[in-house]
Write a protein that binds this ligand. Structure first.
Ligand SMILES: *Cc1c(COP(=O)(O)O)cnc(C)c1O
Length: 369
């Protein structure tokens, strides 16, 4: 599904030197490498504050902690997502209110968000799934009208610009009050372990987030909030600082592969290619097709026999997960998410796909039918 070895080989010298510098400095935590990367990412995203943390799930949790919500406050999130989005809401004793998604883009719709708002709604977490932004212009407007904080889950979408109707272009994760991303190795900007970050243009919120990520500390050993310990280490920051310079070129490689797939599959009666919108760039964290009137497992087995991996993101929506089922949600409540979870499959998508590989993958897949 990914080719991290091929990607590393191209930048090996620089990355190895960066790692060695950290080892020589023995500043493994909070070194200059972390502040360098933070500054460079702020510049790349055109955002006032980047706060590096331990992983993307921590970023989401810390974002919610910084809002000072009360148990039972409601947070709206899509049901078709990676579990972390809903997990942090439940973990903090807040109430996840799940909503359905759009069948073409896989993202939460503004309408579903609007319909789920109650007097207890305090925040919404739109997820920019598979690398394409949710319809943020409408979501931000509805949120503002209802005094709801917007936390973007940009774990799969770093680098994807959103274009507003006044032509303003804003980076994914930098549109709401706070954005969260993950540097998990297979993410679009991945390190060699765990990592994550929060983005915000709000100085006060940035201060709270920094403090919560550091044991709720404002002045050393004086703890004003209950916090957590979550940080990006210097070795990961050194690697990320090097890879950040290649992020746009990585996105272009992903888009090249996606275009190739689109061209091969666009007119096939059993395949629906991922929709692209005019308001968002797509950085293709995943290339996800829907299979119509065919046996998905048989297709995946067929591909596996020919040496082609395929994955299902995600086979069970949040509201059908054992840990999150409740009387509130019945099977059939979110028909689009339920349908998607039984029809989607994702093909290899990374920065190192050659024309030869793409040709093999597309012709093999088409030969299944
Ligand atoms: C990867 C991911 C996360 C969690 O990131 P980690 O760094 O693995 O904790 C959260 N949300 C989405 C949508 C993700 O894809």
């Amino acid at each position: 599904m990914v080719d991290l070895k091929g990607q590393y080989a191209k930048i090996k010298e620089e990355v190895d030197a960066g790692i060695q510098q950290v080892i020589d400095s023995t500043t493994f935590i909070k070194g200059g490498k972390v502040s360098d990367f933070q500054e460079h990412l702020e510049k790349y995203l055109n955002v006032k504050h980047v706060i590096p943390v331990g992983n993307g799930t921590d970023a989401l949790q810390i974002a919610l902690m910084a809002l000072d919500l009360k148990p039972g406050d409601e947070v709206i999130a899509p049901t078709f997502t990676f579990i972390a989005t809903a997990e942090v809401i439940a973990l903090l004793q807040l109430t996840p209110v799940l909503v359905d998604v759009d069948s073409a883009t896989f993202n939460m719709t503004a309408k579903a968000f609007q319909n789920a708002i109650t007097p207890r709604t305090k925040a919404v977490i739109p997820v920019h799934l598979f690398g394409q932004n949710a319809p943020m212009e409408e979501i931000l407007q509805i949120a503002a009208e209802n005094n709801i904080v917007v936390i973007e889950d940009a774990c799969q979408s770093i680098g994807a610009h959103y274009t507003f109707s006044d032509n303003r272009r804003v980076q994914s994760g930098c549109m709401g009050q706070v954005g969260c991303t993950s540097f998990f190795p297979s993410k679009n900007l991945g390190c060699f372990g765990d990592g994550g970050a929060l983005f915000t243009n709000d100085d006060v919120l940035a201060g709270r987030i920094r403090s919560i990520a550091n044991h709720g500390m404002e002045t050393r050993y004086y703890h004003d909030h209950v916090g957590v310990n979550s940080r990006l280490d210097s070795i990961q920051a050194a690697i990320l600082d090097i890879k950040l310079k290649h992020l746009d070129e990585y996105a272009a490689s992903r888009r090249y592969a996606a275009d190739y797939y689109d061209k091969a599959f666009a007119n096939h009666p059993s395949l629906i290619v991922p929709a692209r919108t005019d308001y968002s760039e797509h950085v293709f964290h995943q290339y996800t097709l829907q299979l119509v009137n065919a046996d998905r497992q048989a297709l995946i087995n067929y591909l596996a026999e020919k040496g082609i991996p395929a994955m299902i993101y995600y086979p069970v929506p949040v509201h059908r997960q054992k840990a999150y089922k409740s009387e509130k949600y019945m099977q059939g409540d979110f028909p689009v998410a339920e349908k998607l979870s039984s029809t989607v499959f994702s093909l290899p998508m990374h920065t190192e796909l050659s024309e030869e590989q793409l040709n093999y993958i597309t012709t093999t897949l088409l030969s299944f039918f």
